[in-house]
Design a protein around this ligand. Structure first.
Ligand code: CIR
Length: 256
């Protein structure tokens, strides 16, 4: 069960966030703020507290706070984002993490290692980490050394088609995961019960399990139905403005 979450308010420069889909247009700041407020309400309704960090105007992508840290029951790590324009975001998360973890429980990914939290998926005591354009083998090695020292298992999963691991696979507990694209047949996930997301709704793969409820992005009806059919209550949150810069539901929070 999660007790805490951390989010960061979108900044007015969000329209300059990194995107692989410029055809979707730029995010509208005011609308992003409204959607973010509803996201916070959805998190709170699942019984967690929400620490809201202030906007960082110099970092257009900084509302995607998931990428700058990875948190667990026993320890936390501050990442080293592979995206150059995002790398400096990490120093602004440290104080928030120190509210919940002591100094010796906090590790740091260092150059030449890179790692972004969007590439990290926790399944019980195992962390799957995507080897991506943002997360490299050295980053995963450092991550595995640190989390391994706390008894966690770390498994690297190469990916080629999407930005982050959790763009295409998300664990929703009870041995179930949502998968799309290249993750449908990945041997790494062979033992899980898979909810296969159709290609036209691939963005909707990025759902988050929150204490028995699954938050699903609004507008992905096949995903919503599949998650409901799997037995979960669903909360819908519109993330249209974040999608324009490749951001989804998981990217917008740290959950622990
Ligand atoms: C980026 O390219 O870094 C942002 N525009 C989107 C980050 C999405 N984060 C995530 O999937 N965890």
């Amino acid at each position: 069960m999660f007790k805490h979450t951390i989010v960061r308010t979108p900044c007015s420069k969000i329209c300059d966030g990194i995107t692989s889909a410029p055809e979707l247009g730029q995010p509208i700041y005011e609308k992003a703020l409204e959607q973010h407020a509803k996201y916070i309400e959805a998190l709170k309704s699942t019984g967690v507290d929400v620490l809201v960090l202030p906007a960082l105007e110099e970092y257009p992508d900084s509302c995607f706070v998931e990428d700058v840290a990875v948190l667990s029951e026993k320890c936390a790590i501050i990442t080293n984002p592979g995206a150059g324009t995002r790398n400096g975001e990490t120093e602004y998360i440290v104080d928030a993490i120190k509210k919940f973890y002591s100094d010796d429980q906090i590790g740091y990914i260092k150059n030449p290692g890179t790692l972004e939290g969007g590439d990290v998926m926790k399944v019980g005591d195992t962390f799957y980490v995507g080897v991506s354009a943002r997360t490299n083998e050295e980053g995963i090695k450092q991550f595995a050394d640190f989390f391994g020292s706390y008894g966690y298992t770390v498994k690297a999963v190469p990916l080629t088609e999407v930005l982050h691991l959790k763009t295409g696979v998300n664990y929703i507990e009870n041995n179930k995961m949502l998968v799309s694209g290249e993750f449908i047949d990945k041997p790494d996930f062979a033992s899980y019960e898979k909810i296969i997301v159709p290609e036209e709704e691939a963005y909707g793969t990025n759902c988050i399990w929150m204490n028995g409820t699954v938050i699903v992005p609004e507008g992905y009806d096949a995903v919503k139905k599949a998650v409901e059919d799997a037995g979960y209550p669903v909360i819908l949150v519109d993330t249209s403005e974040f999608r324009k810069i490749d951001g989804g539901l998981s990217c917008l929070s740290l959950r622990f």
